[in-house]
Design a protein around this ligand. Structure first.
Ligand code: FAD
Ligand code: NAI
Length: 507
């Protein structure tokens, strides 16, 4: 009885602590403190982008040290790890968006935000051209923004390798709009397949969902899609239950190349169970309105062409350089050998420039283009800039003290001591170590309430897959969500889709 009373008390106290934590989070979110305007004589620090790199920089930056200006065509941060779940409605898109206005409004000193796209970076005259590309434009929709310090964190665009027909016919999975388009198209395929007198070949084509790219984006999406069909669509539209087919195409010999062999095998066998067809050693060469043409390599090493009719095609073959980044690279001779983005040094300074830093997917720093890397790079820059501001303040103070030395000879010994102490502090602060990435592991959802994880733990690697890993995946992503609001909304979405099923209406 005592044991139960103890357990009951523990649960009761945890519930109170949890509610207090939530209430505090909500209160903080809804009641930002008064902000002060930064000193106009301070340097202009311009940040391009509102993704993982930019937002983690912003989060840790002492904004009172600079005039901070954020520029991005997207006025929100997007929690990309849960984007595949939005394509089927497991999670609603607004649950993984955090308005940038809320992030900037919670900083001590005000931050300016311009919803615009940077179209040109003139690194000689230190000016950025920005365009308002939204639907509503004012009299001013293109202008220049001068900078003293610039952080490029514009991410990357979808790679298509110039394969004909991809841009015109495929869906991508990078932005909220992409997920919404896919969600709509899935149900459009289903409803069109059930149209009166549809031929069997056409039904087969419409219900064939093809995913190109066996990296984590393609794998997670294929898993979510199969879940949606198995758990919801087949229930409400039983006549198509044996006709839906998901195919994942990958050019390399296996999917998820960044995971260990054991997890690759586990993923492939899980997909087999889920009836997702994996076609490895198959490179797509051409796409038309209704077919994918691929070059496959058979077990005998012989190449042959395969033509696959499809209803929905999702293209997830990795990253390509954005035009604004490509243009900046072409202006800088030191970047001429860099292909995948802006080559940076160990302090993330863009090689061949002064006062330009790059983080995330647009930077080539020797690490994979992941949210983990982008966010650690952003935090590193925040520490660097905070330190730089501190050193500047101390240097100014030393300068002031030195100039009063002659004016106040009576206090000379005292002033000299203060100068010495400041110089000591300055040396300590200036000893900033280069950027070092700490890999915490890779996680991916593979469908059927299973996930795979390659986690770095106690200086070793720990590879696991299955239902428990899925719970770990969920709790890890939940804790990584940007705000309390995001966390609450995601939990509600997960509960909603479990209890009521995913919504199959086409918006
Ligand atoms: P982004 O987060 O892409 O942000 C770029 C920002 O720049 C955006 O705000 C964009 O609007 C803005 N921008 C674009 N062009 C311009 C311009 N011209 N001027 C100004 N601003 C501009 N990584 C993981 O580690 N774990 C995961 O689970 C994971 N899951 C993912 C799932 C999906 C579906 C995808 C697509 C990616 C996933 N990633 C994951 C990778 C991760 O999202 C990226 O590595 C990360 O977003 C890179 O951060 P970033 O700041 O460089 O770019
Ligand atoms: P990716 O670059 O990881 O994978 C793309 C895949 O497409 C490659 O395996 C490539 O061989 C294949 N491919 C390229 N062209 C092809 C063609 N013509 N035909 C068939 N296959 C072709 O890209 P992805 O998955 O978009 O990921 C981008 C980045 O985001 C990666 O760094 C990844 O690690 C990260 N990410 C991480 C996630 C996670 O940790 N859960 C989830 C999603 C993305």
């Amino acid at each position: 009885f005592r044991y139960f009373r103890f357990l009951w008390r523990l649960t009761y106290l945890s519930a109170i602590a949890g509610t207090a934590y939530l209430a505090h989070g909500v209160w903080e979110l809804r009641h930002p403190e008064e902000q002060f305007e930064p000193d106009p004589s301070k340097k202009n620090l311009v940040i391009l982008g509102t993704g993982w790199g930019a937002v983690s920089l912003l989060k840790k930056l002492d904004t009172e040290n600079y005039n901070v200006i954020v520029i991005s065509p997207r006025n929100y941060f997007l929690f990309t790890p849960l984007l595949p779940s939005c394509t089927t409605g497991t999670v609603e898109h607004r649950s993984i968006m955090e308005p940038i206005r809320s992030i900037t409004r919670h900083k001590q000193a005000a931050v300016k935000f311009y919803e615009a796209e940077a179209t040109k970076i003139d690194h000689v005259n230190k000016i950025i051209t920005i365009d308002d590309n939204s639907d509503i434009k004012g009299a001013m929709s293109k202008t220049g923004v001068p900078y003293d310090m610039l952080v490029v964190s514009v991410g990357a665009e979808n790679a298509t390798f110039g394969i004909p027909g991809v841009r015109e016919n495929a869906c991508f999975l990078k932005e909220i709009g992409d997920a919404q388009q896919i969600r709509k198209k899935i149900m459009d395929c289903v409803e069109t397949a059930t149209f009166k007198d549809q031929s069997p070949e056409e039904i087969e084509r419409l219900l064939h969902m093809v995913v190109v790219g066996g990296g984590p984006t393609g794998v997670e999406f294929a898993g979510e899609l199969q879940d949606f069909f198995d758990q919801d669509v087949k229930k409400w539209v039983p006549e198509i239950s044996d006709k839906v087919k998901v195919t994942l195409i990958e050019a390399l010999p296996n999917v998820l190349p960044m995971f260990s062999k054991q997890l690759i095998d586990y993923t492939e066998s899980t997909f087999k169970e889920e009836k997702i067809t994996i076609k490895t050693k198959t490179a797509v060469k051409k796409v038309t309105e209704s077919t994918v043409e691929a070059e496959a390599t058979g077990p005998d090493g012989k190449k042959y062409t395969e033509i696959l009719p499809y209803g929905l095609l999702v293209w997830a073959t990795g990253n390509a350089v954005r035009p604004v980044v490509g243009d900046l690279m072409s202006q800088i001779p030191a970047q001429k050998d860099s292909r995948r983005g802006l080559a940076v040094n160990e302090y993330l300074v863009v090689q061949g420039t002064h006062d330009i830093w790059a983080v995330g997917d647009c930077a080539v720093s020797g690490y994979a283009p992941t949210a983990q890397v982008a966010s650690q790079e952003g935090s590193f820059l925040a520490r660097l800039f905070n330190t730089m501001a501190k050193t500047e303040a101390i240097e100014d103070h030393i300068h002031d003290l030195s100039s009063t030395l002659n004016l106040k000879p009576g206090n000379a010994a005292e002033i000299a001591k203060e100068i010495e102490e400041n110089e000591k502090q300055l040396r300590r602060i200036k000893d900033i170590k280069p950027f070092h990435y700490t890999h915490q592991g890779s996680l991916a959802y593979i469908g059927s309430d299973r996930a795979v994880a390659d986690v770095s733990w106690l200086n070793g690697n720990f590879a696991t897959g299955g239902g428990l890993t899925y719970l770990f995946w969920r709790s890890a992503y939940l804790s990584m969500c940007f705000s309390t609001r995001n966390r609450v909304l995601v939990v509600i979405d997960w509960a909603k889709s479990k209890v009521f099923g995913r919504d199959v209406s086409r918006e």
